[in-house]
Design a binder for this molecule. Structure first.
Ligand SMILES: Cc1ncc(COP(=O)(O)O)c(C=O)c1O
Length: 392
């Protein structure tokens, strides 16, 4: 067997896809003299709502803001419980705490990493007001079953679609005429990126109106309405809101990225093909399954090691990849093991055993549109080299 040859330069875990179109769009926005929320944000909101097929889109500065607003606009607060997954980024549960409600975790399906509807049902009490499923890594959560629970128990559905711009459930894009609210992230590493950014999607007019007002201090009129010709300087503060709005320099990038998304997705899929072919039937590795109802957006490539089949731990596996100049990440360190949550709720790792085991064996490999097949092949070879060297 030939010796694995380590490449000379470091391979980033993720890089944004910057074409001349992004550069031209941002330059035009900067030169326009209107940098705050204005015509580009409004145009992007329309473009994104049309793309997913929903009535309302509120452009925001993050998915965190969208998640928070979705709950705040439904008056969810102290005394209420909201169910979410422990296999997620902090924002999904932190925002439940931000409105004063209690996050309640429901364990996952270890084949996918998605929240398990059967586990959700076990956690529903009289205090439960909402469910925040996460479309983890770009897979769709089981919206059919979760929707059924919302109907049966009268719960609000706030989908965390930070990874799911291109994800489909039964052929329809996530966010396509949603039953509640859907929150997206346009953070620098996401499939549609503008550095920092997000959006809240809904078909509910009242929710949209409330979230929009709350997204900009609770003001009755934004700057674009006030400073434009014919605008009025007068405004009211309807609620003590937040400073969460998207602004035009973000929108200038986001609108171009949205136009380029199919092409970017195609190139990520080429890399996924390389990984899937290389790793299938490797006893040291376990691949993520895609439910039949789902089109995976492939935001993240989720690989799990089989600890019993290796002489090294997952952390050592990551060090071996780093030694081969491959940047990787972990999605996610199970949230219930973080000190903010153990301190407040006294959780132990085994309280959500499936999420914990998943989290402790997971490695996210580089996956982005500018990676290219050649580098993906290198990453795959590096993984296989480690599996061979450390097979039990
Ligand atoms: C699952 C999930 N939800 C929410 C967020 C928060 O997104 P943002 O950084 O846009 O606030 C992230 C961020 O990566 C995430 O992974």
């Amino acid at each position: 067997m030939s010796e694995f040859k380590v490449r000379e330069d470091w391979m980033a875990f993720c890089l944004p896809d910057v074409s001349e179109a992004e550069v031209a769009s941002i330059a035009e926005a900067v030169r326009s003299g209107w940098w705050a929320k204005g015509p580009r944000t409004i145009a992007f909101e329309k473009q994104f709502a049309e793309y997913v097929g929903a009535k309302y889109c509120i452009g925001l500065n993050s998915c965190t803001a969208a998640l928070h607003l979705s709950l705040a606009a439904k008056d969810i607060g102290p005394g209420d419980e909201v169910i979410t997954t422990p296999l997620t980024f902090a924002a999904s549960a932190n925002t439940i705490l931000h409105v004063g409600a209690t996050p309640v975790f429901a364990d996952i399906d270890p084949d996918t990493g998605l929240i398990d509807p059967a586990e959700i049902e076990k956690k529903i009490t009289k205090k439960t007001k909402a469910i925040v499923p996460v479309h983890y890594s770009g897979l769709a959560a089981d919206l059919g079953e979760i929707g059924r629970l919302c109907d049966s128990y009268g719960l609000f559905l706030s989908e965390d679609a930070a990874h799911a711009v291109e994800t489909r459930y039964n052929g329809e894009l996530i966010g396509h005429h949603p039953r509640g609210a859907v929150s997206y992230s346009f953070y620098a590493t996401k499939n549609l990126a503008c550095g920092e950014g997000g959006a809240l999607i809904t078909d509910d007019e009242e929710l949209a109106q409330k979230a929009r007002v709350l997204s900009c201090h609770g003001m009755s009129a934004g700057a674009w309405n006030r400073y434009g010709k014919g605008g009025s300087w007068r405004y009211d503060i309807e609620e003590p809101g937040y400073k969460y709005n998207m602004f035009d320099l973000q929108a200038a990038l986001a609108s171009v990225q949205l136009e380029r998304m199919d092409d970017m997705q195609r190139r990520r899929f080429e890399c996924v093909d390389v990984y899937e072919k290389a790793f299938k039937d490797v006893p040291q590795l376990r691949l993520q399954k895609t439910p039949a109802y789902c089109h995976h957006s492939r935001h993240l490539y989720i690989l799990r090691i089989v600890p019993e089949a290796l002489t090294i731990s997952r952390d050592q596996f990551i060090e071996e990849l780093k030694a081969r100049n491959v940047g990787v990440s972990v999605h996610f360190i199970a949230l219930h093991t973080m000190s903010a949550y153990t301190r407040r709720f006294g959780y132990k790792p085994e309280d959500f055993k499936k999420a914990y085991d998943f989290s402790e064996s997971e490695i996210s490999l580089p996956l982005y549109s500018t990676l290219g097949v050649e580098k993906a092949e290198y990453v795959a070879e590096a993984v296989l080299d480690i599996c061979r060297k450390f097979a039990r």
